[in-house]
Write a protein that binds this ligand. Structure first.
Ligand code: ATP
Ligand code: LTN
Length: 335
């Protein structure tokens, strides 16, 4: 590590291998990961342990973890410059999570909206992992003394509990963890479903027309955007009651860099047909280089394994330092 790398602020984020990421994951999180990779010392993980909470088929989990790893590299992340790894390859995550469990109150974990939503949606499998999910996430972040955590707006509450857990541990045992800040991009913070723009676009939505997958073919992207729910006003402007158009404007803005007033001007006097065509073309152009790189990488399993090994080694070197510090502070007898 040279001096410049050492001085850079630390960024950590992770994504679960629960399916191909959507345009929402991309604009809300992954695009920022790539943008931050030049200016910060970045660590990015595939959160495979987190996804065990939804009990995936073992062969699906294995395949999806590899696919998600290839997706991260296909964003243009350099595995030498950045640390790109698979969470379960660094055992310190689970070890620190246990210690942090003991600094987390039952009541504060029970207040997490994601826990409440997921247990309501899947009453047949409300496992304890789902409950302590944010504590494992706190371990992911605190192990690397991260300064910033790029996430979509839906993960903000988990960042807040991470900060609370870290502050509590620091107060009880002495300064151990850096208190991380969330990094939430403005426009892509929450991309909404194309079919129900009151709800976020989600890769686990049963209706595939509601989301654009990052690996959808160009013609599928065009079709999905053309059938996106809008309103009957037929004027491209940002406003109340225009959730569908607001969402498409957000997507278009993220892909082209144009501001909302610029977009309104561009489509002044034009209908939704023209607007949707332009949004579709912008999304297709945005995802094309990524898709090409992904198709190349997914066929090179040896290269992926080599990068994952390097990532795990680099991550472990940092993680072991913080874990030992926390163990020592908490009074675990060390030899
Ligand atoms: P699932 O639908 O399987 O629960 P998800 O699509 O919400 O998953 P995650 O793996 O939980 O995706 O999230 C990965 C990252 O993408 C997180 O930082 C999250 O905040 C962000 N993200 C997820 N959905 C959106 C969205 N619709 N808009 C913006 N960001 C999003
Ligand atoms: N819970 C996050 C994924 C995640 C994460 C993290 C994000 C796991 N560990 C650490 C940021 C930092 C999610 O579902 N989006």
């Amino acid at each position: 590590m040279d001096n410049t790398t050492e001085k850079k602020k630390i960024v950590l984020s992770a994504i679960q291998p629960t399916g191909t990421p959507t345009l929402g994951n991309y604009l809300g999180a992954l695009k920022n990961w790539k943008n931050m990779s030049k200016d910060y010392n970045c660590l990015y993980a595939v959160a495979d342990l987190h996804s065990l909470t939804v009990r995936p088929e073992p062969q699906d989990l294995r395949r999806r973890t590899q696919e998600m790893y290839a997706i991260l590299l296909a964003l243009g992340l350099d595995p030498q410059e950045n640390t790109v790894f698979i969470q379960s390859h660094v055992p310190m995550h689970s070890e620190l999570a246990w210690i942090l469990n003991c600094s987390t109150q039952f009541g504060e974990a029970a207040r997490m909206t994601q826990f409440k939503d997921k247990s309501e949606k899947h009453p047949e499998n409300v496992n304890v992992g789902l409950f302590t999910y944010p504590v494992l996430m706190a371990a992911d972040i605190l192990l690397y003394q991260a300064d910033y955590v790029p996430i979509g707006a839906d993960q903000k509450q988990h960042l807040e509990i991470t900060r609370d857990i870290a502050e509590r541990f620091n107060n009880v045992y002495g300064n151990t963890f850096k208190i991380p800040e969330p990094f939430i991009g403005k426009v892509g913070a929450c991309v909404m479903s194309l079919q129900d723009p009151m709800h976020k676009m989600s890769k686990s939505d049963p209706n595939p027309k509601s989301y654009i997958s990052m690996l959808d073919d160009d013609n599928v992207i065009v079709k999905k955007i053309k059938s996106a729910v809008t309103d009957s006003e037929a004027v491209v402007r940002y406003g109340e009651g225009k959730d569908g158009i607001n969402n498409l404007m957000g997507i278009y803005s993220c892909c082209t860099g144009k501001t909302f007033p610029e977009i309104e001007k561009e489509f002044d006097g034009k209908g939704y047909g023209d607007f949707k065509q332009a949004v579709a073309e912008a999304v297709v152009a945005e995802l094309r280089p990524f898709k090409e790189e992904y198709n190349r990488l997914i066929n090179d399993k040896a290269y992926l394994a080599e990068c994952a090994k390097l990532g795990a080694e680099k991550a472990s070197r940092i993680a072991i330092r913080t874990l030992s510090k926390a163990q020592k502070k908490a009074g675990l007898f060390q030899i």
